[in-house]
Every structure is written in structure tokens, then in C-alpha cells.
Write a protein that binds this ligand. Structure first.
Ligand code: IPD
Ligand code: CA
Ligand code: CA
Length: 260
């Protein structure tokens, strides 16, 4: 048992160091000229995303050769082992490309399909969000928890929009329904940080459709450990592979769910 606890602390330290190393690389190149490619009409990738990912995935492969690794820019190694890493080497690429300092490295580990470790690092603000299941969530080493807001009218919520235009009308109708009930809605452009800011109590809720597991895995661990709730849009158990997520401080969850 003691060995398992120590092994997990070592894994968390490894993950934090990796996020910081990749984050430093993002920071050094922020504002420089970028090679921008389009994966879709508005879905961008740069050489910085790819290099950051190569570095992260290379180190995970070396340290944990038997773990599964799913990373945004084309890595999908499923080993059938209990641990799966979800890697977003740069969450918030559109912000990065436009010189907006709201992006992060997002590294989530699930064990037996359950949240295990989450680390999100914004190298510009220096915000480091960390969590291990059952051990709480932290921002720069300080424990964080979700807000106490219980009324939608007092709630500040955040969302994002998928790159694909499929389902856009539904998304807009949902947005309008929610806007009529809450204090305000923000769109900041990094799903991982959106989740961390719900965890830290700045936002009271977050939803988005069409995400990928690497967008949400780390942020979900941080949110759950901060006392929040994450589900599918109808309140069903969250399936990171499904991509639709409703996350909140727990208190406004049912109210938001009814508006989805
Ligand atoms: C995106 C960001 C954004 C969200 C998009 C994601 P990327 O990730 O998290 O906030 O709205 O759906 O795809 O492409 O910058 O890694
Ligand atoms: Ca992402
Ligand atoms: Ca990304």
C-alpha cells in the first residue's frame, strides 16, 4: 500500500515536471513566428503543438513503456494496461496563435478508466493546477475548492464551441437559454483551464459539446478533487470519449442540466 502511495507521488512529480518543461517550451516560443497548418476549416495546429507533444510523449514512453497514451496530434497507443495518459500538448492553440496568454499543457492520467492524476500548467500566468484522486486539488500548492454559488442568477459560467459546425443551431439555442438564466457567460478558449477555473471557484459551471478526451481528462480530475461535479449534458455518467461535458460546483448542476 505504502509502495503504491509513493509510486503515485512519483508519478505526479513526473507529470508536473513534464508539464513545466513543455510549458517552458510554449512560453519561449509565444509571440514568435509560427508555421500554422489547418486540420479543419478553423482547427489549427502549429509546429509548437507538435514539438511539445513529441517531447511529452517521448518522456512518457521512456518512463512508462507499458502505459496507454492518447495524445491530440496523432498518438494513440493502447496497451490494455491499467493506466492511460491523455495528452494535450497545447490546449488553446487559437489563443496561442493570436498572442492571447490563455493556454496550457494538459496531462491527465486515468487508472482503470477512472480519474487518477490531473495537471494543467499555464506558463504565462504561472498557474499550475494539480490533483490526485482522493487527495484534493491545488493551484500552485494551495488547496482549491469549487464555489458555493447555488442560484443560476448568481452564476458565472464558461463554455466553448466545437471546430465543426455540425449541431451549431442546437449549441446557439442552448447558449441563449442559459444566457437568460445566469449572471454571465465567458468563452476563454482552453477547455482544460475552463475546468480548472470551475475547480478554483472563479466560474460556477462549464459545458461544451464535441470535446476530445485530451481536452478534459486533466481538468476533470482537478475539478472532481476540488469538490465539483462532471457529467454528460443530461447528467449521465461522464464518458470522456463521448466529448460532451457539463461541469459545475455541484450546487447548480441540476439547474444547468435542465437548460442543456
Ligand atoms: C480547444 C480548446 C477550446 C475548445 C475547443 C478545443 P485546442 O482545444 O480547448 O477551448 O473550445 O473545443 O478543441 O484545439 O486548442 O487544443
Ligand atoms: Ca484541446
Ligand atoms: Ca491542443
Amino acid at each position: 500500500m505504502k509502495f503504491l502511495v509513493l509510486a503515485r507521488v512519483a508519478m505526479l512529480n513526473f507529470t508536473v515536471n513534464l508539464a513545466k518543461k513543455a510549458g517552458e517550451y510554449l512560453r519561449e516560443n509565444f509571440g514568435k513566428e509560427l508555421n500554422i497548418e489547418h486540420k479543419g476549416r478553423i482547427d489549427l495546429v502549429t509546429q509548437i503543438d507538435r514539438n511539445s507533444q513529441d517531447m511529452i510523449v517521448g518522456e512518457i514512453f521512456r518512463e512508462f513503456p507499458h502505459h496507454s497514451v492518447i495524445a491530440e496530434e496523432g498518438v494513440d497507443r493502447t496497451t490494455g494496461q491499467e493506466y492511460t495518459w491523455f495528452v494535450d500538448p497545447l490546449d488553446g492553440t487559437v489563443n496561442y496563435v493570436h498572442g492571447i496568454p490563455f493556454f496550457c499543457v494538459s496531462l491527465g492520467v486515468f487508472k482503470d478508466k477512472k480519474p487518477y492524476i490531473g495537471v494543467c500548467y499555464n506558463p504565462i500566468s504561472g498557474d499550475l493546477f494539480t490533483a490526485q484522486s482522493g487527495k484534493g486539488a491545488f493551484r500552485n500548492g494551495e488547496k482549491i475548492k469549487v464555489s458555493n454559488t447555488s442560484l443560476l442568477v448568481d452564476s458565472l459560467v464558461v463554455t466553448g464551441f466545437p471546430y465543426s459546425l455540425t449541431g451549431l443551431d442546437n449549441s446557439i439555442m442552448r447558449f441563449t437559454r442559459i444566457l437568460r438564466e445566469v449572471q454571465g457567460i465567458r468563452r476563454f478558449g482552453s477547455a482544460a483551464l475552463d475546468l480548472c477555473f470551475v475547480a478554483a471557484g472563479s466560474f460556477d459551471g462549464f459545458w461544451e459539446v464535441g470535446l476530445h478526451p485530451w481536452d478534459m481528462a486533466a481538468g476533470v480530475v482537478v475539478l472532481l478533487e476540488a469538490g465539483g461535479r462532471a457529467s454528460g449534458l443530461s447528467g449521465e455518467e461522464l464518458d470522456p470519449n463521448n466529448g460532451d461535458i457539463l461541469a459545475s460546483n455541484g450546487r447548480i448542476h441540476d439547474g444547468l442540466r435542465r437548460l442543456m
